[in-house]
Design a protein around this ligand. Structure first.
Ligand code: GMT
Length: 387
C-alpha cells in the first residue's frame, strides 16, 4: 500500500465562485477521503463548510498587507511565503496550484525558497482556461506564465484542446503536461423530482414551459446575452414558452437584465443570483445551455449531464470534448442554430430523454470521480517518486 501524502492546494475558494475553485475544492475533499493530509491555501475571507472541517481539512489564509505604497495586494509574494513557511514546519510533498497566474507563480517561488533550504517540494500547476486562452495571449503576462509552467514539476490541463493551445503558445512546455478532465460527483449531482417541483413552483414557471438553465460569472466571454435570441424567436403559446433560470452574477448581468426588460421579455428570464447549491436549479430545467465565446471545459455542462439534462454548447475550446454532438446534446456554431436546437429538444421529448441518459452515462464514466481523482493521485505519486 502506498503511503499517504501531504498535499496543499492553492485555489480560489468560497466566497469566490467559479469553476476552477469548485473543481479544486472538490478534488481536495476527494483526496482527504482517500486518506491524504490536505491543506487549502487561499485568500482572506475564505471559509470551510462544517463538513470540510469535520473531514479534517486544514485551511491557511494569506492576509492583506495594506501597505500604503502598494498599488495592489502582493498575493503572489504572500502566498509564496505561506507555502514556504508551511513547507518548513511540515514535510509537504506537493503544492497543487490551481490557475497559473498568481497561484502558479507563488508555488514555483516557494519551491525555490524551500530548495535553498534543502527541501524538495513538488509543484503541479493546473491550467483551468483563461490563464492560457485569454491571459496567456497577453504580452504583459505571457512570458511569466510560460516561465511558471516551465518551472513547475508537472502541468495538467482541463481539456485536450487547452493542452494543444498551451503547447502551441509555449513550445518550451511541449510534452510536459497532460489533459485531465474535470469530474462530477454523481452522488450529489443527480435528478430529484421534488427539487424540480419546488423551484418551478417558487419561480412560478408554468408546467408546460421548457426551462433553459445557464450558470456563469456573466463575463463577456460567457456570451450569456445570446440566450435572448431564443426568447426573441420563440413563437409558442404563453404557457409552453422557453423560460430561463439564470444562475450567478457578474459584469454583464445588469446589462442583460436591462436588455431583457427593454424587449418586454422579463417574465421569461429569472435571474436568481449566486447559489452555493445549484443542483435544484439544474433539476428544475429541461436543457442546459452554455454559449461561450471561449471555454476550456464548461463544468456547468457536466453538472447538467450528471442530472440527466440534455446540453447545448458553442463549438469552442474544450466544449466538444464534453458534448458529443447528437449523442448527449448539440454543438452550435452560429447563433441561429441555438433556437433551432433548443426547439428540437422541446418538441421531441424522446430526444431530450435520450440525450439526458447518454449524458448521465458519460458523467459516470469519462468524467467520474474515481477515474479523474485516480489520475491526479497517480501524478502526485509519480512526482514524489521523481518521475
Ligand atoms: O479560467 C477561467 O476563466 C476561470 C475558471 C473559473 O474559475 O471559472 O474557469 C475555467 O475553469 C473551469 C474549471 O476547470 C472550466 O470548466 C471553465 O471552462 C474555465 N473557463 C473558461 O475557460 C472561460
Amino acid at each position: 500500500m502506498k503511503s499517504s501524502l501531504d498535499l496543499a492546494y492553492l485555489l480560489y475558494c468560497r466566497p469566490h465562485l467559479g469553476g476552477s475553485g469548485v473543481m479544486s475544492l472538490e478534488l481536495a475533499k476527494q483526496m482527504r477521503r482517500k486518506g491524504h493530509n490536505v491543506t487549502l491555501i487561499s485568500y482572506p475571507g475564505t471559509f470551510l463548510s462544517s463538513e470540510e472541517q469535520e473531514m479534517g481539512i486544514n485551511l491557511v489564509q494569506t492576509q492583506a498587507i495594506n501597505y500604503p505604497c502598494f498599488k495592489s495586494e502582493p498575493f503572489s509574494e504572500t502566498f509564496a511565503s505561506v507555502i514556504a513557511n508551511l513547507g518548513e514546519e511540515k514535510n509537504l510533498n506537493i503544492i497543487h496550484a490551481n490557475y497559473a497566474i498568481t497561484h502558479g507563480l507563488a508555488a514555483t517561488t516557494a519551491k525555490r525558497i524551500l530548495e535553498r533550504k534543502g527541501k524538495d517540494l513538488k509543484v503541479l500547476v493546473t491550467s483551468h482556461g483563461s490563464d492560457i486562452h485569454t491571459n496567456g495571449h497577453h504580452h504583459l503576462l505571457a512570458p511569466t506564465i510560460e516561465q511558471i509552467l516551465w518551472e513547475s514539476d508537472a502541468i495538467s490541463f482541463v481539456s485536450e484542446s487547452l493542452q494543444t493551445e498551451a503547447e502551441e503558445l509555449f513550445p518550451s512546455i511541449k510534452n510536459k503536461g497532460e489533459a485531465i478532465y474535470n469530474f462530477v460527483d454523481t452522488d450529489r449531482f443527480r435528478f430529484s423530482e421534488d427539487e424540480r417541483r419546488s423551484i418551478r413552483s417558487a419561480e412560478k414557471i408554468p408546467d408546460g414551459a421548457t426551462v433553459i438553465y445557464h450558470a456563469s460569472n456573466f463575463r463577456e466571454l460567457k456570451n450569456a446575452q445570446d440566450l435572448i435570441s431564443i426568447a426573441i424567436n420563440d413563437k409558442e403559446e404563453e404557457d409552453a414558452r422557453f423560460y430561463f433560470l439564470m444562475v450567478g452574477d457578474g459584469p454583464e448581468k445588469t446589462i442583460m437584465e436591462d436588455k431583457v426588460r427593454s424587449l418586454g421579455l422579463e417574465k421569461y428570464f429569472h435571474f436568481v443570483g449566486k447559489k452555493e447549491n445549484v443542483v435544484p436549479y439544474i433539476n428544475a430545467s429541461d436543457i442546459v445551455v452554455l454559449p461561450s465565446k471561449r471555454e476550456s471545459f464548461g463544468l456547468v455542462l457536466l453538472e447538467g449531464m450528471a442530472c440527466g439534462r440534455p446540453v447545448i454548447g458553442s463549438r469552442v475550446g474544450g466544449i466538444p470534448e464534453v458534448i458529443q454532438d447528437g449523442e448527449n446534446g448539440f454543438l452550435f456554431s452560429k447563433i441561429d442554430e441555438l433556437y433551432v436546437f433548443a426547439d428540437q429538444i422541446r418538441r421531441n421529448t424522446d430526444l431530450g430523454k435520450r440525450f439526458g441518459e447518454q449524458g448521465k452515462l458519460m458523467a459516470s464514466s469519462k468524467f467520474s470521480v474515481d477515474k479523474v481523482v485516480g489520475q491526479y493521485e497517480s501524478i502526485y505519486y509519480k512526482m514524489v517518486a521523481g518521475n
